[in-house]
Ligand binder design. Sequence first.
Ligand SMILES: *[C@@H]1O[C@H](CO)[C@@H](O)[C@H](O)[C@H]1NC(C)=O
Ligand SMILES: *[C@@H]1O[C@H](CO)[C@@H](O)[C@H](O)[C@H]1NC(C)=O
Ligand SMILES: *[C@@H]1O[C@H](CO)[C@@H](O)[C@H](O)[C@H]1NC(C)=O
Ligand SMILES: *[C@@H]1O[C@H](CO)[C@@H](O)[C@H](O)[C@H]1NC(C)=O
Ligand SMILES: *[C@@H]1O[C@H](CO)[C@@H](O)[C@H](O)[C@H]1NC(C)=O
Ligand SMILES: *[C@@H]1O[C@H](CO)[C@@H](O)[C@H](O)[C@H]1NC(C)=O
Ligand SMILES: *[C@@H]1O[C@H](CO)[C@@H](O)[C@H](O)[C@H]1NC(C)=O
Ligand SMILES: *[C@@H]1O[C@H](CO)[C@@H](O)[C@H](O)[C@H]1NC(C)=O
Ligand SMILES: *[C@@H]1O[C@H](CO)[C@@H](O)[C@H](O)[C@H]1NC(C)=O
Length: 738
Amino acid sequence: MLASFLALLSLGTIAAADLTVYQSGTGALASGWENWSWSTTLDFASTGGPGGVQSISVNSGEWAALSVYAETAFKNNYAGLRFQISGNQPDVSLYLSSSSDSASSVSMPLSSMSTIVNTTAFTEITVDFGNLPGNKGVLPQDSCQNGATYYLTNVMLLSELVITPEFLSAEPIGNNIIMVTSKGAVDFSKLSVKLNNATAKLTKIESYSPADTPAQTITYFTLSVPLAAGSLSISTGSNTTFSFVIPKLQYGTITIGNLRNISDDIYGMNFPTSADYIKLLGITMSRWGGNAVTAYNPDGAFTNAGNDWYFENRGSSPDDQGWLQFVQDGGSRSIFTIPALDWVAKDGTSYSYPATAYPDQRSFDPYKPDAGDGQFPNGSWVTPLPQTNVYTPWNASMAKSWMQSMKLKPTIITVDNEIEIASSTHQDMHPNPMGYDEELQRVLNIAKAAKSADSNLLVAAPSTCAWWFYWTSEIGYSDNAAHNNQDFLPWFLSQMKSASDAAGERLLDYLDIHYYFGPDTSANDAASKALRLRMTRSFWDPTYTDESWIGTSVPAQWNEPNPNQVWLIPRFQQLIAQHFPGTKLSISEWSSSAPDGDVTGGLVTADSLGIFGVYGLDSATYWVTADQLSPVGLAYWLFRGNGTYFGNKSIQVNMADSQPDVLGVYASTSDGKKVTMVIVNKDVVPINLAISNIPEGKYFLRHFGGAAGVAKWQTTITIKANSNFVIPAYTAVFFQQQ
Ligand SMILES: *[C@@H]1O[C@H](CO)[C@@H](O)[C@H](O)[C@H]1NC(C)=O
Ligand SMILES: *[C@@H]1O[C@H](CO)[C@@H](O)[C@H](O)[C@H]1NC(C)=O
Ligand SMILES: *[C@@H]1O[C@H](CO)[C@@H](O)[C@H](O)[C@H]1NC(C)=O
Ligand SMILES: *[C@@H]1O[C@H](CO)[C@@H](O)[C@H](O)[C@H]1NC(C)=O
Ligand SMILES: *[C@@H]1O[C@H](CO)[C@@H](O)[C@H](O)[C@H]1NC(C)=O
Ligand SMILES: *[C@@H]1O[C@H](CO)[C@@H](O)[C@H](O)[C@H]1NC(C)=O
Ligand SMILES: *[C@@H]1O[C@H](CO)[C@@H](O)[C@H](O)[C@H]1NC(C)=O
Ligand SMILES: *[C@@H]1O[C@H](CO)[C@@H](O)[C@H](O)[C@H]1NC(C)=O
Ligand SMILES: *[C@@H]1O[C@H](CO)[C@@H](O)[C@H](O)[C@H]1NC(C)=O
C-alpha cells in the first residue's frame, strides 16, 4: 500500500512570503532545495505529463521516496503546501519532517487529499498545515508494497491560505436537523429552508471540525418543524440551493426485550498500524496474516512475499513481539499465523528465482531486476532451486518451542494461511498440490503444538481462501471421491472432532475462513456500486442468489444445500452444529471490494459489521489495514470510534419492507435499556424511517458519507416518541441514547 512518499525535510530560519519548491519551466528544484530522494528515478525537466507541462517525473520503487530538503522552517511559519500532481491515482503518501529533530507529520495518503488524480490532467492539491492530523504515523506493514509513477509540478509552500468561503452541502438528517458543510468563513445569516413550500425556521446548534479531517466544517441546525415527506429546499442566500425529495415513511419496529449477544471480536483488522490506530477505530481483534507470513521466521523476523511479489524474502518490522506489544497496548486481542509448511525465510534478502539461474521468466521485479516470478513465458512454473537457497527448515516442534518462548502470546493462533493453495502462492517451497489429508495433518501438528505450548492458546484453522476451496482441494474432485465424496470443510470439521475426542482436548476452537465477495464490481460505475452494496446479503440471506459464478453454477460433486446462495454465516453455523458443535466461526479475511476512497466501501463495511453482530459471527478481521480516514476506516469509527461503542447485545429489528439491497438497520444495547443504532442508507436518495420503540431522549449522533464527499461528523440530537428519521443518500449513521 504505502509505496512512496514526498518528504519535505527542513530546518531553521523564519519564513515570510510563499516559497517555491519547484516551478514548471525551470527544469530544476528552486534555489536552496536539494534532492534527497531514495530508490527513485527522477527527471526534473520532464514534459511527459499531461499537456506537456514541465514537471518532475517520478518513478519510485517500493519503500522509496521523492524527497526534497531545504533549510527552511515549515510548520510554524507556513500555512500550507500546494502542488499539482498527475498519475493513475498513485499510491503515495506525503509527509513532512524536520531534520533538526525527529518531529514529523503523520503520513498522509494522497487518497485522503484527492481521489481523482489521473493521467489526463494535473490535479491541484492544497494541504492546510492547520489541519494536519495530530497523531504521528507509523509506516504500515503490508505484503504488496509496489512502486509508483507520477508527475509533480508547481510545488509551493504558502505563507497564507486564502480559503474562499463555500457551501459544500446542506442535507436533512434525523427528525429535524439540517447539516451544512462548508469551507472558510461562510455567512449563515441568509440560510433559509422551505419544506413543502412553507418556510421553516433554523436554530444553530453547533459547528464542528473534526481534529483529523482537513479543511471542512459542519454546522448543525434544528428546524422549527419536523422533516416530512415531500420537497425540501435549502438556500444558502447566495445562488446555491440544495434540493431534496424526502420520500414517504418506511415503517419498522425494534423489540428491546429480544436480545442476542454480539461478539466483541467482529470489529477486527489485519495489520493495524499502531496502538493509536487501534484505539481510535476501536479495533478489537488484530491479525498478523497474509501470504508473506507463511514463511515467517521468528529467528530474525524474516518473511517471503511468495507469488505476490517475486518470491522475495524481506525483513519484518516490527517483529512478532513488537507487533503483539502494540496490539496489546492498543487494547486489542490478536489472531496470529503460525507457519505450517516445511520452510521459513532464512534471511531478509534472498529470492527463489534469480534471473542469473533462470533468464527465461515471464516477469522480473522492476525494482530488483534479478528476482523473477518463477514462471516461464508460457506460464509453466520453473522448477525451484533447492529451498535452502532462500529458506531454512521448519517443523511443528520448532513452532511449539517458539510459542512456548513468546513473552507476549497471541489470543488465537491460525494454522498458516490459505495453505490449500500453497502450490501457487508458495510454489517455490511447496510445488505439489495439497490434498485433504496433508492439510488435516499439518493443522493437527500445529494445533497440538499450540495446545501443548500453552493450553490458553485458541486454535483457528484452516483459513481457507475462497468458496471453491471450502468444498474441495487443489488436487480436485478425485480428492473428494477419495474421502467418501464429502466436501472439504464439513469433512475437516468431522476429522477435527474425532481427533479432539481422541486427544481428550479441543484442537479446533474456531473454524476460520476467508471470504471475498464473488461479484465483479471493478467497473465501479453506478451499477457496480449498487451491486457492491447489495452483495452483503451473501453473508446471511438464504434467498439471495449470488451475482457471480456461484449463483449460476453447481459443481457436480457438491453436496451442500442452496448451492447458488452463499448464505455464508448461517451455512457455516449449521455445518459446525452438524460436524463439530461448539466450534466458533471466524472470517479472518474479508473486504469491501471498493477502491480506496470510494464511499461505497465504507457503506459495505458498516453494513457488514452490523450483519456480523445480528448473525452471531464470532470473529472477523478486515483485509487489509484500512486508512484511518478512508471510508472503510470510518465504518469502524462509526461502530467503535474513540471509545464510544455499539452495544454488545443485538436488538431485533423488523422493517415492514426490509429492502436489504439498499438499507441496513441495526439496533443494540449494552445494559438492556439504552439503545444504540446504526443505519446504513445504501441508496442514492434519502430515506425516511419511522421505527417504533426507539426510546425518547437525547442521542449522540455520528455519521459519515453524504453529499460533501466522505466526511465524518458528530453532534447530539433529540429523538421524540414516534419521530421519523431521515438519512441522506450514501450515508451511515450511529446514534446512541445518552
Ligand atoms: C536524486 O537523488 C537520488 C538519490 O540520491 C538519485 O538516485 C537521483 O539520481 C537524483 N536525481 C536527480 C535527477 O538528481
Ligand atoms: C482528472 O483530473 C482533473 C483535474 O483534477 C479533473 O478535473 C478531472 O475530473 C479528472 N478526471 C477524472 C476522470 O477523474
Ligand atoms: C410548491 O410550489 C410549487 C410551485 O409553486 C408547486 O408546483 C407545488 O405543488 C407546491 N408543493 C406543495 C407541496 O405545495
Ligand atoms: C453566484 O455564483 C457565481 C459563480 O459561482 C458567483 O460569481 C456569484 O458571485 C454568485 N452570486 C452570489 C450572489 O453569490
Ligand atoms: C451472552 O453473554 C453473557 C455475558 O457474557 C453470557 O453470560 C451468556 O451466556 C451469553 N449468552 C449466550 C446465548 O451465549
Ligand atoms: C513452457 O516452457 C518451458 C521452458 O521453455 C518448457 O520446459 C515447458 O515444457 C513449457 N510448457 C508448456 C506447457 O509448453
Ligand atoms: C524439527 O527440526 C528440529 C531442528 O532441525 C529437529 O531437531 C527436530 O527433530 C525436528 N522435529 C521433527 C518432529 O521433525
Ligand atoms: C477522542 O476523544 C478524546 C477525548 O474525548 C478527544 O480529546 C480527542 O480529540 C478525540 N479524538 C478524535 C480524533 O476524535
Ligand atoms: C457489554 O457492555 C457492558 C457495558 O459496557 C459491559 O458492562 C458488559 O460486560 C458487556 N458484556 C459483554 C458480554 O461483553
